[in-house]
Design a protein around this ligand. Structure first.
Ligand code: SAH
Length: 503
């Protein structure tokens, strides 16, 4: 006898959305069978069309909102549904934060086995959750009519949704994108075609120093050079950014103390509350080419050629000045990053005499933040350019108590430990890995180094919970947890945790 199916492909049903999944998708049930519905908000009653069924769950497309949830809002961006960048724009920001807080708690409880009721602090949300990103990577291609376009990949595909005004990107980007497309059209520079590997320009990468106003533009190309590069430079240098000033209401004002920069030529402004803001006009400081001739989904190639200005831009987080290269990791939301690092610093509770190891240190961001209060900070990072930046950054900030090592943390730290005959110790270890979390070999060595405190910063609550469980089983106690929203309107959430050595 065949099992009775609750629903089939193409069925149209009305369901209530009772939960949201790990990627922000709505979850509804029909006779106990789970349906995942992208773009549906918890509390919605929706009409859906079933698109795929599996044994225990299926996927359905949102067709109509029968009764909107009290948390449903009109997305600011008119391509929010097609674009793969934001998953939660149709959900109120307040509810997004509550959902992210719960997501972290659930992972720590289910995967880590922790009871977080008493140790989890409230999530740090954004005051202005739009136009916060300082970095963008726009794919370049053609529309159906053969016009050159740039924008965003539609969710889970490589078809480009033409759009140059993104609700979470800094508005400086639209000016740059227009200029690059104009240069390409005027000089017959073709976009890359990933199907047959022909064409030239693959991606336009931008980075903006929100405090310094410095702008980096990098074209990722399928070749060694671009034709008429002087025309591109001319175009970019003649961009007018007057209408997209940092202090514009839609953008996030950035409050900085002025003590570190007494000789600068910053124009000084005072905001409504009388706080000092430093505003410097936006200015193109670096134009480069990134060579990527491989037929791959990876955006960046390894080689960078600077064609105008510096091979880097500079920016501040708090009082620390950072130099950033195109290939180095740098947090995309500077306002929230400051809150995140301040929390990490608070958790580390440094008194001045400590030795700190900062693993996965990027360009030394957390390292330098902690070096302000520690005796010595050692950073480890896999990208050699980032380590070069980290060394320069220490110098830029007059810090002499840092040392940086290039290599995989799971190789470098165990090697250093072995070389020291087990004498390598740390008072505090900070860990900030990519989404896949840490290699067990690294965690084993960290435990051997017997730090009093471990501060773990994570962009994936599931791997965080897995790693914390390991540390908790090996002599460490989870003391404090705080989520931070670095990526408003997306399903991502950052978390910082404090563990201490059990007596
Ligand atoms: N702490 C930094 C960077 C965090 S992002 C900051 O806040 O800016 C994670 C970093 O880990 C990236 O710089 C990435 O290049 C680096 N990374 C990835 N795998 C690594 C590994 N196996 N060992 C060391 N670093 C690694």
């Amino acid at each position: 006898m065949s099992e009775e199916r609750v629903c089939e492909k193409n069925d149209e049903l009305i369901i209530d959305i009772i939960d949201m999944g790990t990627e922000g998708e709505g979850i509804g049930r029909i006779d106990g069978y789970t349906l995942f519905v992208k773009d549906a908000v918890i509390g919605d009653r929706v009409k859906v069309k079933v698109i795929k069924t599996k044994k225990r769950f299926g996927y359905a497309r949102l067709m109509e909102i029968v009764k909107p949830s009290k948390w449903r809002v009109e997305p600011v961006c008119n391509v929010a549904r097609q674009c793969g960048g934001c998953q939660l724009q149709h959900c109120s920001y307040e509810k997004q934060l509550a959902w992210k807080q719960q997501k972290v708690a659930d992972c720590l409880e289910r995967i880590g086995g922790f009871d977080v009721k008493d140790i989890m602090e409230p999530i740090m949300g954004m005051d202005k959750p739009y136009h916060y990103r300082n970095k963008a990577q726009f794919p370049v291609g053609y529309d159906k009519e053969g016009n050159l376009v740039t924008g965003f990949y539609a969710g889970r595909t490589h078809s480009i949704i033409p759009s140059i005004d993104c609700a979470i990107q800094h508005p400086v980007n639209s000016v740059i994108l227009k200029a690059v497309l104009e240069y390409m059209n005027e000089n017959n520079v073709p976009a890359y075609n990933e199907k047959d590997g022909s064409g030239l320009v693959r991606h336009i990468l931008t980075r903006i120093g929100m405090v310094t106003g410095e702008i980096m533009v990098c074209l990722v190309i399928n070749g060694k050079n671009i034709p008429h590069k002087e025309k591109l430079i001319e175009k970019l240098l003649s961009c007018n950014f007057d209408d997209v000033c940092i202090l514009n209401d839609v953008c996030t004002p950035y409050n900085v103390s002025t003590t570190h920069d007494a000789n600068s030529t910053h124009d000084k402004n005072v905001d409504k509350k009388g706080e000092m803001l430093i505003q410097k006009p936006f200015q193109i400081k670096s134009v480069s080419l990134n060579i990527n001739t491989k037929n791959t989904n990876v955006i960046l190639g390894e080689k960078i050629k600077t064609i105008y200005g510096n091979p880097y831009i500079e920016d501040y987080i708090g009082d620390i000045r950072y130099r950033i290269s195109p290939l180095s990791f740098y947090q995309v939301n500077p306002v929230q990053t400051k809150k995140l690092y301040e929390t990490a610093l608070e958790y580390a509770d440094l008194k001045g005499g400590e030795v700190v190891w900062d693993l996965y240190c990027g360009i030394g961001t957390i390292s330098l933040f902690l070096a302000q209060k520690a005796a010595k900070v050692c950073g480890v990072e896999i990208v050699p350019q980032a380590i070069e930046d980290a060394k320069v950054n220490a110098k830029l900030n007059g810090m002499t108590n840092t040392e940086f090592f290039a290599g995989a943390a799971e190789d470098v730290v165990p090697e250093k430990y072995a070389e020291s005959n087990g004498k390598l110790k740390a008072d505090v270890v900070t860990i900030d890995p990519p989404r896949k979390g840490c290699d067990e070999k690294l965690l084993q060595t960290v435990i051997k180094m017997q730090p009093e405190k471990i501060v773990y910063v994570s962009c994936d609550p599931a791997t965080l919970a897995r790693d914390l469980k390991y540390l908790a089983e090996n002599g460490y106690k989870l003391e404090r947890v705080r989520a931070c929203d670095m990526f408003g309107h997306s399903f991502h959430v950052e978390t910082v945790c404090l563990l201490s050595k059990k007596p």
